[in-house]
Design a protein around this ligand. Sequence first.
Ligand SMILES: Nc1ncnc2c1ncn2[C@@H]1O[C@H](COP(=O)(O)OP(=O)(O)OP(=O)(O)O)[C@@H](O)[C@H]1O
Ligand SMILES: [Mg+2]
Length: 380
Amino acid sequence: MAFSIGNIFKGLTGGGKEVSVLGVDIGASSAKLVQLRASRGIAVLETYGEIALGPYGGQPIGKAVKLTPEKTAEALKDLIKESNVTTASVGVSIPFSSSLVSVIDLPPADAESLKRIVPIEARKYIPVAISEVSLDWFVIPKEEGTDSAFDQLQEKSVIRTKGQEVLLVAIHNATLKNYQEIMEKVGLTSSFFEIEIFSAMRSCVGHGLAPVLIVDLGASTTKMYMVERGVVRMTHLLSVGGQQVTETLGRSLDWDFEKAERVKREHGFIESTAYGADENARIHEALLSTLSRVFSEVNRVLLSYGQRYNKNVSNVVLTGGGSSLPGIKDIAKTSLNAEVIIADPFSHTEAPAFLGKVLSEIGPSFSVSVGLALRKLKHN
Ligand SMILES: Nc1ncnc2c1ncn2[C@@H]1O[C@H](COP(=O)(O)OP(=O)(O)OP(=O)(O)O)[C@@H](O)[C@H]1O
Ligand SMILES: [Mg+2]
């Protein structure tokens, strides 16, 4: 189930003394990894791989599963082996759903006062005791951009007159402990954990000023992040994802989950000679019925952000495995009130030309893992 380019790269990259780093993204339905190495300032892709987690929990490929740390570690070990990973130095993502990311408005205060104010304010937003979470925050700059806590901000920001906006980030300590435990079991040395939003931002959007909406089409959910001036300004979670697309397709065509998942990935919206006109039409309709729910929610988010801040959000970046659905771009273009870009995270890496096509096709699944490896590379 895992695919690997393993040895292909060994001869090409020459095995110098440069350090290799790993990004690991444990999603609801599959785990992905990307290994990069810095060479003359370029991020060279050494290997990548993905493994479906469903089978480790007695479920088919494409289903979201909740696994024990032991089972997750087992899957990761298999993936590492199949991908010929050669480093234990890793950055790991934390699911958006296990975190809290919010922009809060605070009165003007200096950095010292904020240390006192933010944890108190945070109580209003965090449903558990502050002692149970790891808290971080970042003042959204008013004037000249400086390097941000999330290493994102590179552009001049808009001048605001009243108070200040603070990006508040919290992760449950129990979640961090769970991921630490998994990494220990796998034998990886994790140097940082990062909420997947920030990893995806790094590999999906440039440093432009204009607001961009990242839409991550995952297995059981669709996650939306509005990014502006390099900072996440708003997030939204929808409990519809690729798994539901498969389920609806299966129900309409009377196929089991496995077959529906296979046909979805292979043909998507592209008509197939394997099916008659009637079946092709039913496949199209079934896929569209679920996706149009997602797209109308995306439009709603675009509209509400646009109205609230009085600006037009003109770009949507589609990422996550669901964005590899054949033909999705044209459907998204006609359904969404914005330009549609399919994420191409591997464009930030150097890889042999013959892999170009496959890397751009599978790219959306790897946005988080590429983003993690890029951060790890930079701060190694
Ligand atoms: N080529 C493809 N065409 C259509 N759908 C695909 C394709 N490849 C993967 N998917 C779908 O993408 C979904 C999984 O996406 P992804 O791997 O990004 O999710 P995840 O990271 O496991 O979940 P989450 O981000 O919600 O934790 C599944 O529903 C799967 O069916
Ligand atoms: Mg994911």
